[in-house]
Design a binder for this molecule. Sequence first.
Ligand code: HEC
Length: 130
Amino acid sequence: MKKLIQRMIMLAPLVLAAQTSNVVLPQDKGPDKIDVSAYPAPQQAAYKVFSTKCSKCHTIARPINTMMKRDEWERYVKRMMHKPNSGISDAQGKQIFEFLVLDETERKDKNPKAFFPALSDEEIEKLKKQ
Ligand code: HEC
């Protein structure tokens, strides 16, 4: 039993590392806050859920500075939800998705030069191998 516990303690950092994104993307270095004061109340509430849930494995700056179309955000939020221990429920995922779509039209689409396009799956794989 003692051995098992020791082994679990030794492996814990590995398990954590597997869940966190160890890659730094350019958007990680951008601003890490959104001024949501002009957004409708439900989106202001959703911003809080987003800030807590989507900062667990990488910077919150990453989603804040990445541009995606509606269907890409839908796919991406699901993908993030399905990562081990994401801690995001279906209801929270939906709330976050709706927030991201509003924020995309209100903030990003109006000033696309200030943001980063999403990487393709191939680009992400390449980064992970570096
Ligand atoms: C369980 C860990 C985890 C959580 C929670 C998480 N992410 Fe991620 N995220 C990752 C990893 C790992 C990557 C690197 C790419 C990959 O593996 O898909 C990533 C990459 C990204 C990217 C980069 C995409 C690109 O192409 O540049 C965005 C945007 C993103 N996440 C948004 C979110 C949002 C929005 C949430 C909250 C709904 C979230 N993440 C929650 C682990 C997580």
